[in-house]
Ligand binder design. Structure first.
Ligand code: HEC
Length: 190
């Protein structure tokens, strides 16, 4: 709700221009119904079960090439750790418990579909939304491979991606046993 000043200006404009100028939406008096094409472009959310995933496929080898072609290396470094942007590959041993490795999306995410959705939605920064489904599958495979989550030759597509077992397993959703006024959990990093 606007301030009294904004309301007053709206009323003044309304009476000057006639109410038809504000009658685009019957309920709120502004905005318009999005076109089917606008809705299609925005409707890209992927649930963790991956039901909405588009067809396409890619493996880590193809992803390594896309990573170079699409300029990911410019911000994240040639192998995911040398750039100004957050690191994409854990520098710590895969034998360590997951909480002792870095907080990296392609490692710590509870579902591989989240990594896929993030890359399609948000990367490359500045050119979001320009990657094809094949490129996103390949990049996801590459980043999961770099973090020892899947083998290099594993093909990711709408069937196999949701089945990837992320190292965190069911731990992300486990209820902790901390109670108010007791010391913090031992080993809890945050
Ligand atoms: C212009 C610089 C830039 C480019 C190019 C770029 N990124 Fe990023 N990326 C970032 C920044 C900055 C963040 C952190 C964003 C944030 O936390 O809000 C990020 C975050 C990420 C993350 C999440 C990291 C995490 O652990 O939270 C992934 C995955 C990722 N980028 C993948 C890619 C891929 C794949 C490409 C190439 C298609 C790419 N990025 C290109 C700047 C870039």
């Amino acid at each position: 709700m606007g301030s009294p000043k904004v309301v007053a200006i709206s009323l003044l404009l309304g009476s000057l221009l006639g109410n038809s100028a504000f009658a685009q939406s019957p309920t709120y008096g502004f905005g318009r119904t999005p076109t089917a094409e606008e809705l299609r472009r925005m409707d890209i959310s992927i649930s963790h079960e991956g039901d909405e995933l588009p067809s396409g496929r890619g493996n880590a080898k193809q992803g390594a090439q896309v990573y170079l072609d699409k300029g990911c290396a410019a911000c994240h470094g040639a192998t995911g750790i040398e750039g100004m942007a957050p690191i994409l590959r854990s520098k710590r041993s895969a034998k360590l418990p997951i909480w002792e490795r870095e907080r990296i999306l392609p490692l710590r995410a509870p579902h591989a579909t989240i990594v896929w959705d993030y890359i399609r939605r948000g990367m490359p920064a500045g050119l979001e939304g320009t990657l094809t489904p094949d490129e996103v599958y390949a990049l996801t495979a590459y980043l999961l491979f770099l973090n020892d989550v899947i083998p290099e030759d594993q093909v990711l597509d709408r069937q196999s991606l949701p089945k990837v077992k992320m190292p965190i397993g069911d731990n992300y959703a486990k209820e902790h046993d901390w109670k108010p006024n007791t010391p913090r959990l031992e080993g809890y990093p945050y």
